[in-house]
Every structure is written in structure tokens, then in C-alpha cells.
Design a protein around this ligand. Structure first.
Ligand code: AHG
Ligand code: MN
Ligand code: MN
Length: 333
């Protein structure tokens, strides 16, 4: 059986003029780091990797041991290749500069090293999310300002899902492509070409414990989904919430659905729950490239002009027709 690997797929993308050698190397290095994270995630308690690290990150969230390990793996893997100008991570407050003894390249890499970390200790799927921007700033060490580019400027975006199998999902702006890790061979195999999200769905994902804090348009939208057959939507909807955005988005990419972490009274002061630069933007690019939609309810996520590295935004993404209904309720209110 002839099997196309991620490496072969990327070389073909390069020959087709869709990526240059530096971006190819960058994606290869991220995928290599993802394999190392996958090994650590799957060892779990055997390697003493569960539980708290005993530190807080910039968001004031308690770091898990695997948050710290995944972050270190990604930083170290990407420092020396010469393809990056700088990095930014959920777990690091400031821009992470490339050490002076390594050459610098033209790209900026942003990541959520471990997404869904509340699920680590209960052995439920977690992931890694990444976004790639071009360094369009002045020569020298990139500042936070160099990263302040809208999602439409992303050169690539992707995520890894550490589930029953480890998967690597990638877009460079020509559709969404999925790879499954062959653990014996140590390579990602091209298993999911051109992933698409159905326009319609009967499945939604939201943390309902926040219901009393939601804004009226979200209250209305979810109430109508829950009313099912006897309500205005005339059909039943199923609810799924993994609490790992990567796993929820992957389900949507596989069989459709709508995912919401909307603005509510609890998170209004900080603008939302999920982070724009390394959660919402890369997922929005993937979802749009798969034919879906991604909005805050009020505007397209990918056209937001970022103000800061760790900015938060409301997120409504997935099957295009459902996202549009939720957005229309925001417009009407
Ligand atoms: P992270 O683990 O990187 O901080 O992200 C967690 C995010 C996202 O993955 C998930 O959808 C959401 O937070 C879960 O929120 P609740 O705890 O409200 O369910
Ligand atoms: Mn996350
Ligand atoms: Mn995280």
C-alpha cells in the first residue's frame, strides 16, 4: 500500500508553489514537536506527568505539568531551525525571542501548547493549536506589535489532537488536510484529504453551566435548539461538550456542528474566554478553509485587528448555516 506522509504532502505543496521551503521546514518541526508531546501525553501517570506544575501562567491559570512540558518542547524544537523570527505561547507572557546564536527566519509562530488541560488528569483528549504569521516588522527582535496581524494574514494554521489516535490537521490556505500518526513508523500519514464541514447540523457544543450569564441572542439561539422538534427549529439537536476546543472542533470538522464560547457576563470584562491569537484565529482559518464559518457573533473572527498577544474573544464557529442563525440573532438584538 502506498502511503503519503506529511513530509511528502508538504514537498508536493512546495512544488505546487503553495508554500516555500522555510514554511515547509516550520510545519515539519511543529509536527515533530507534536510527536514528542504525544509521547508524553500518552505516558500519563507512568511518567509522573499528571497534575499541577505548581505555577500560574500569564492568564492566572494554574499550569499543569504537561502544559509546561508541551510548551518547552515547542519552544526548543523551533528555536534553532532558522525559519522563525520569534514565537508566542499561551504559557509565556512576552514574545519569545530566538536565542542570538541561532539564525532567524521570516515567520512568527504562535501556539497553545496544550489545549484542554483540565482534561489531562481524567485521560480525555487534549490538543495543541498553532498559527503562523509572516514577520513583516522592522529588522531586529520582533516586538508584540509584529504579531498584531489579523487572522486573514495567517500563512498556516493547524492543530494536533491527542485522542485514541494522534492526528495533525493543517491548512496553508488550500483546504484542510488531516494526518494520522503511525506510532510504529513515527510518521504522520495523510488520511484525511480536504476535510469539509457540512453547512447544516443537528449538534451543538456550549458550556451550559454559563447559561445564566449569556447574552439574550445566545439564550434565544440555544433555547430554540433545546426546544427541538416542538420548537421553531422543528428538529432535535444533540449536545456535546468535551471542554477541549481541539476535540470539539475536530468533531465538527468530521461530522459538522456548532461550537460556542460566547461573550457572557462572567467574561465580559476580559472580552471572552478563548484567546484570539492562538486559539480563535487558527481554528477560524481551519473552519473557514473547510467551508464553515467563525464569528464572535458580531464580526468575523479573522478580520479582528488584534490589540494584544493574549487577547480574548467570543467564539461561535462551525457549520455555516448555524453560525449564520446565531449571528442573525445578535444583529436583531
Ligand atoms: P486551555 O486548556 O488551553 O486553557 O483551553 C481550555 C479552553 C478550551 O479548550 C475549552 O473549549 C474551554 O477552555 C473549556 O472551558 P470550560 O472549562 O468552561 O468548559
Ligand atoms: Mn486552549
Ligand atoms: Mn493551553
Amino acid at each position: 500500500m502506498s502511503r503519503v506522509t506529511l513530509t511528502q504532502h508538504l514537498i508536493e505543496q512546495q512544488r505546487a508553489g503553495r508554500i516555500n521551503p522555510d514554511l515547509r521546514l516550520l510545519i515539519e518541526v511543529v509536527a515533530r514537536a507534536v510527536k514528542a508531546i504525544s509521547v508524553n501525553v500518552s505516558k500519563g501517570a507512568l511518567a509522573g506527568l499528571l497534575g499541577e506544575a505548581g505555577t500560574d501562567n500569564i492568564q492566572g491559570e494554574a499550569q499543569k505539568k504537561l502544559d509546561v512540558i508541551a510548551n518547552d518542547i515547542l519552544l526548543q524544537a523551533n528555536e534553532w531551525g532558522g525559519h522563525l523570527a520569534a514565537m508566542a505561547s499561551e504559557e509565556v507572557e512576552e514574545v519569545h525571542q530566538i536565542p542570538f546564536d541561532y539564525p532567524k527566519g521570516g515567520y512568527l509562530l504562535l501556539f497553545d501548547p496544550l489545549d484542554g488541560s483540565s482534561n489531562i488528569d481524567v485521560n480525555i483528549s487534549v490538543g495543541t493549536i498553532f498559527s503562523v504569521l509572516r514577520n513583516v516588522g522592522q529588522p531586529g527582535d520582533p516586538s508584540e506589535a509584529s504579531f498584531m496581524q489579523s487572522g486573514t494574514e495567517q500563512a498556516a494554521a493547524g492543530y494536533a489532537l491527542y485522542g485514541p489516535s494522534t492526528m495533525f490537521i493543517l491548512t496553508v490556505g488550500h483546504g484542510v488536510h488531516g494526518f494520522t500518526l503511525d506510532r510504529e513508523m513515527g510518521s504522520f500519514v495523510y488520511t484525511h484529504p480536504f476535510m469539509t464541514i457540512p453547512q447544516d447540523t443537528s449538534e451543538y457544543a456550549i458550556n451550559s453551566s454559563n447559561a445564566r450569564y449569556w447574552e439574550p441572542p445566545v439564550q434565544r439561539y440555544v433555547a430554540e435548539l433545546q426546544a427541538g422538534k416542538s420548537g421553531p427549529r422543528g428538529r432535535d439537536f444533540n449536545m456535546r461538550w468535551v471542554a477541549s476546543m481541539v476535540a470539539d472542533v475536530h468533531r465538527i470538522l468530521t461530522r459538522g456542528g456548532v461550537f460556542m464560547y460566547p461573550l457572557d457576563e462572567k467574561c465580559r470584562a476580559v472580552g471572552g474566554k478563548l484567546r484570539l491569537m492562538y486559539e480563535a484565529n487558527p481554528m477560524a482559518m481551519i473552519v473557514e478553509q473547510a467551508g464553515g464559518a467563525a464569528s464572535t457573533g458580531r464580526e468575523r473572527i479573522m478580520t479582528i485587528q488584534p490589540q494584544k498577544l493574549h487577547q480574548r474573544v467570543p467564539v461561535i464557529l462551525g457549520s455555516a448555516n448555524e453560525v449564520e442563525i446565531a449571528c442573525s440573532y445578535h444583529r436583531e438584538s
